[in-house]
Design a protein around this ligand. Structure first.
Ligand SMILES: [Fe+2]
Ligand SMILES: [Fe+2]
Length: 241
């Protein structure tokens, strides 16, 4: 029997089997901000072949089931937060300034013949600025509250970690939308014939950032936040009983 079916939520599939995200990326199925809906929804909306998509995910699962990454649904919360900060925040803090310089450089060199580059420049700098504020909010407010809760096990600390989730989710959606706009204005990062290596490098880096951010948002929206909500619910249940 196949492991996954189209009635499962997209985010749940990727939470259980992270490599499924590769197939969803290939079919442009949004699994981070749009992860909280059944796979059949996306398939229908995007007019995709359900058997083909599911076959790919299930075959990949058969191949990689034994070599799966950490199960973040069950890992220690502090280890999980460390992973997000070290891998994904670290990546963005390091790469965004360089990508910013690159988008400025290709605008100067190729902007005259490729007017889409001024949109790329503006969209990238907008998402960079938004993400710098967002990462800071998580690193100075939410993640410390989670760490404090791990130590104290107090409901107040957990409530503090949950308090800004809606705001963080809205910021994820906004960043996801800008990445979609970047994809649209670059015609899926199509490389024109008359450009230099820096142009190619910039588009590659933008796509790497998109991939990393999708994985990052998926971990927060579909695993971290639901885990915090579930803990909050079980604590409220305990206090009321
Ligand atoms: Fe984050
Ligand atoms: Fe985030």
């Amino acid at each position: 029997m196949s492991k996954f079916n189209s009635q499962q939520n997209i985010g749940d599939i990727v939470a259980e089997f992270p490599k499924a995200g590769e197939v969803f990326k290939e079919y442009k199925i949004d699994f981070c901000c749009g992860g909280n809906r059944p796979l059949s929804d996306a398939i229908e909306k995007q007019n995709l072949n359900e058997t083909e998509v599911l076959d790919k995910v299930n075959k990949l699962y058969e191949t990689f089931a034994n070599t799966m990454d950490t199960n973040w649904r069950e890992a220690n919360l502090d280890e999980f937060v460390d992973h997000i900060v070290n891998k994904h925040h670290g990546y963005l803090w390091k790469e965004m300034p360089e990508i910013g310089q690159l988008t400025t450089l290709i605008l100067k060199v190729h902007g005259l013949h490729h007017p889409e580059l001024s949109k790329v420049h503006k969209l990238f700098h907008t998402v960079k600025m938004d993400l710098e504020g967002h990462l800071t909010k998580e690193e100075t407010l939410q993640y410390p509250a989670i760490r404090k809760f791990i130590e104290s096990k107090s409901k107040e600390d957990l409530d503090e970690a949950v308090r800004i989730i809606k705001e963080l989710e809205d910021e994820h959606t906004e960043a996801g939308n800008i990445l979609k706009d970047l994809r649209a204005v670059t015609n899926d990062y199509e490389i024109p014939e008359d450009v230099c290596g820096t142009f190619v490098n910039t588009y590659q880096k933008l796509q790497e950032m998109e991939s990393d951010l999708f994985e990052h948002i998926h971990l927060e929206n579909n695993i971290l936040f639901p885990r915090l909500f579930a803990l909050q619910e079980s604590m409220s249940y305990k206090t009321s009983n």
